[in-house]
Design a protein around this ligand. Sequence first.
Ligand code: ATP
Ligand code: MG
Length: 421
Amino acid sequence: MAYLTTAPRGTKDILPAETPKWQHLESTLLSTARRYGFREIRIPTFEHTELFDRSVGDTTDVVQKEMYTFTDKGDRSVTLRPEGTAGIARAALEHGLLGDALPLKVSYDITCFRYEKPGSGRFREFHQFGVELYGSTAPAADSEILALAYDCLATLGLGSVVLEINSLGCKECRKAYVKALLEYFGQYRDRLCATCLERLDKNPLRVLDCKSPEDKKIAAGAPSILDYLCDDCNAHFQEVKARLDAAGIPYLVEPTIVRGLDYYTRTVFELVHTAPTGERVVCGGGGRYGDLIQELGGPPTEGIGFAMGLERLLSTMIAEGCAFPEEPGCDLCLVSMGQAAGVRAFQLADQLRRQGVHAQCDLMGRSVKAQMKYANKISAKYVIVLGDDELAKEEAQLKPMQGGDPVPVALTAEAIARVLA
Ligand code: ATP
Ligand code: MG
């Protein structure tokens, strides 16, 4: 029976009391991105499994362990999207969006699915807001994406979240770096976790991203990618930083950031909140990806973007005491006595709502006393009690619930709306 009244592990209901916070968060993020020219794209919840294998990378945790993959009734393997970037790249190719004015700028606000061990800030179904910018190799694009990420956080009131940036270089500089990493981690083969030993053979950069405390300690002493950047990659990184400096956008260079997905080149970054306990909460991350579009069969096109985890952003905002707009409540309860008054209350409520007033009338067949109690419970600002006398006079008393004198009003929606305004 518990299955009937308990949501699946790692999922969460967002109840009416919490949705105003979510709406504020999501509309702030989408409208901030809009000011930079990013327009929202909506993509399917599931895609062909091959899309994620190909793009996210088959040595990543996401593809190896976390995907919700199943065979549908047509015997096709499909996967619930673990992130947005791959689906958007697929959509851009499918609809020829890269043939329009470049750079292409899109934003998204989606649910994602990962089979992970649920824990603090970790769910199996969660929400991501993100942006993608395609078609520019210029460092100005990286700087604009970082500026937007910072603007989003600042607009939400999250000044405490730090922009940590790094460059992973290109394939060329990474060759030399991977060699240095292998040499370094090779000394610690007996101390690294089993997964990292595997990573060492397949994708040594991934070891820098390991969550085990022991491996983290070892990774802290690893050589820095920044010492291995080729001249072009180094110049690119310097230019990205120069623009951030010119705009006064604060950031921290953090050479251990490698990101969890395979497709990144050059700029990568994370949005990090440090809790009072010292715990690092990664609210978002992103970077430049060079090969993704080509991997999917498109023309050579670079992309850059980020994704923010909305659950983590929201809990950080609550922990930091960020301001949320107040939810507009009920303006008027039409309390009625008897059948005729009930019909009139219904009619007035209907007309008032069309004029933008949040009005409610009795749907429970309650007594006047019980209707007044309900008006109080839902914090209605005003009530009008309608009975035979009021109908006969075509006039009633508009009573402020917060105290103060009642005002007489004519029984028309226009007259009531005028007094409420
Ligand atoms: P982590 O290192 O925390 O596992 P990640 O590198 O896997 O994060 P990304 O793929 O970069 O995460 O996703 C972007 C953001 O989405 C993360 O920074 C985080 O805020 C959020 N996120 C990722 N996985 C989850 C999850 N299982 N539950 C809630 N939020 C998540
Ligand atoms: Mg993860």
